[in-house]
Design a protein. Sequence first.
Length: 314
Amino acid sequence: MTSTGWAIALHGGAGDIPRSMPPERRQLLEAALRHSLQIGVNALKANQSTLDVVELVVRTLEDNPNFNAGKGSDLASNGSAEMEACIMDGNTMKCGAVSGLTTVKNPISLSRLVMDKTPHIYLGFNGAEAFAREQGVETVDQSYFVTQENIDKLKQAQASTQEVKAEALLSSGNGTTGTVGCVAVDSYGNLAAATSTGGCTNKMVGRISASPLVGAGTYANNLCAVSATGNGEAIMRATVAREVGAVMEYKGLSVKEAAEYVIGERVPNLTTGLIAVSATGQVTMTFNTTGMFRACATQDGYTQVGIWPNELSD
């Protein structure tokens, strides 16, 4: 998938996504992916910066209770939502990240403020919440983030055996939806990446995922922008997002070849997915899980919305 101009891709999580998913749920999720994609395409066509585009798209996904970020975040073992996010500019390699948020409606926008308004990259927990209040960002009661579906998922995980609980802890969205992310490049080659998550069901309180870690779940430089999703521990061990950029830089591979190498060789099977765009407008959406909620579009008219492997373009 190569374009001579802008390109955008987004994801709503990778994991064990059964093909037996009810048709009405599939249609709901695919419609959400298309809606978010169109918002990003419209912003790119309006010549908004790629940073603004990826932030806008991820905010849209955070606001959708069907994805594990913002509203609808998976719940920690104590029943609370602890949210994380990261954003990165490929031109300047400036970035911002947050963890441990419990009241911030849109974590991705707070990570943008960390990047723009502080000398730091990463703020967490009480410090991040205090910074949010200082900046006047929208905050909500913790109950805003809790859905009945995620309460049920937490109860199911806690009632299961230790083996099943361990497996659930390592999955992304427990077969439904997971971390959200967006990558974009404009017609001038400016790249940006953004990722946001609620973590994983029944995680230990205070656990940090791959999503807000620069180089693991999120990365952008002058060659590519990457957002990864799936098993956070596997993604962290392999520094997946940076690995794609490194393989491009040092092996001279295309973004598609680099993504396929990282997903095929650097992480265990059934753990990881990623979306990436290159400075030249090539897009890839690569995963070794049973599925990944994903969508992309390029300036030359290519679009794809899919969940499982080998789905054709729209």
